[in-house]
Write a protein that binds this ligand. Sequence first.
Ligand SMILES: Nc1ncnc2c1ncn2[C@@H]1O[C@H](COP(=O)(O)OP(=O)(O)O)[C@@H](O)[C@H]1O
Ligand SMILES: O=P(O)(O)O[C@H]1O[C@H](CO)[C@@H](O[C@H]2O[C@H](CO)[C@@H](O)[C@H](O)[C@H]2O)[C@H](O)[C@H]1O
Length: 480
Amino acid sequence: MSEAATRPTAHATALLASLDPLLREWLPRQRWFAGKGRPISAFEPVAVTELLPRSSPAGLLHLLVRIRQPIVPAQDAPLDAAAAERPGDCYQLLIGVRRTLPPQLASALIGHVTEGPLAGQTVYEALHDPRLSALLLERLRMPGRHGVLRFERDMSAGIPSGLTPRPLAAEQSNSSIVYGDTFILKLFRRVVPGVNPDLEIPLHLARQGCARVPAPAAWFLADLTSGAATTDEACGLGVLQPYLAGAEDGWELALRRLDKGEDFTGEARALGRATAEVHAALAAALPTVTLGRVQVERVADAMAQRLAAAAQAVPALRPYAPGLLTAFEALADLGGEGQSWTAQRVHGDLHLGQCLRSPDGHWSIIDFEGEPARPLAERRMPQPPVRDVAGMLRSFDYAACTGEPWAAEWAADCRAAYCVGYADVAGLDPRTDPVLLRAHETDKAVYEVLYEARHRPDWLAVPLAAARRLAGDGSADAAL
Ligand SMILES: Nc1ncnc2c1ncn2[C@@H]1O[C@H](COP(=O)(O)OP(=O)(O)O)[C@@H](O)[C@H]1O
Ligand SMILES: O=P(O)(O)O[C@H]1O[C@H](CO)[C@@H](O[C@H]2O[C@H](CO)[C@@H](O)[C@H](O)[C@H]2O)[C@H](O)[C@H]1O
């Protein structure tokens, strides 16, 4: 959201000020809050919408809040070190308001407000209140505007009223509510202006008749720029999709198979086919481009820069950096020799956890947001489809690394089967372009090193092992 885009009213400012001390304490404890470990210098209202007026028994406030945090050099290495503050992230909050909180909502408590427009009220995480999440579903069933919020739906999708809501317990980057095991509403937490690919891509795939993605039934957005009325300028806030009841994600399934010493190549091949089907539908729905010499050099250069930033932030990666760099140099060289590649919209963060297997064995793919840390414009750029292939190949490695002893053969078989499945549909095996594949797998492993160092330091050894392998440098063993 640009600074000019928002004009908070005096009421919105006063309301947020009354919540300030409570949010300072509550927000950093939320799984989806990306700014953990840094103090919060200020909250600024972007938009405040009263979805349900404060009346008996509960009110519902929809808040878009920008959070200012000072720069912490150790965590913000790739950011401008001279800046004192990070550009404020904007979050979506749904706040329930009651005089007193019933015991069954005790775990949802944010706190008791002592002053300002909400003085004397108790505020809490609204998604835990069935009354309020039911109201959200009702709002989604009826297209129209509510303040800055715009509700839209696919009128051909029947959405029954009265479905029982329950918040999804999964540890997520966003928050989801399941309605009657029929629909799932994903609410984006950290929001940025512009088209949200997690709404955009499923809508395009559904229109292409691609059955690999649950088709959006309803969604809502915020129009924040003055006079903005087009989806292009609006900011995606939530999407309601069919819930795949009884589905298991590919990560859990792969680990279970590994645990029992069971084969996963049949599933890996099916996943390769599903990926290629999604790619074919995306290439048909959205523009494709040819990456010639200049573009390939740019791609290789961006990969090299990401490697340099990651090596700066994670010292354990440094011994492998020279070897890893050769993957990007080889890509740039091929581009220089006149080789070109086709780029298109892709998933962008494909891994086993993004693949859901229904009880009938059908694989679906979810979560098209891309790598959360990347800027939106970058996530929406056409890329060689091998980017997703590389993500999945890394995922088989990850799964094998959790096994004891390291199940290298299991991973190698899955990786091969996945590529064969991809070729079944695409007509081309991704391994026939080893330079492109190695560059993308290396780029993904570098991303994972940074991701694990920041979010799950206990897992850092997994992508570091891949970095060592991809660097092809046996002498680096000694550095581990
Ligand atoms: N259509 C669906 N049907 C069944 N479960 C789903 C569906 N969409 C998401 N889920 C479940 O919700 C979890 C989180 O969804 P995801 O889109 O990955 O959210 P996040 O971006 O917050 O990680 C998934 O791991 C999966 O278990
Ligand atoms: O699912 P998200 O969009 O939140 O993706 C992020 O988190 C993933 C971990 O939950 C991370 O994936 C990495 O770990 C997976 C095992 O937990 C593994 O299967 C993936 O291959 C590996 O990249 C993902 O990179 C990150 O963006």
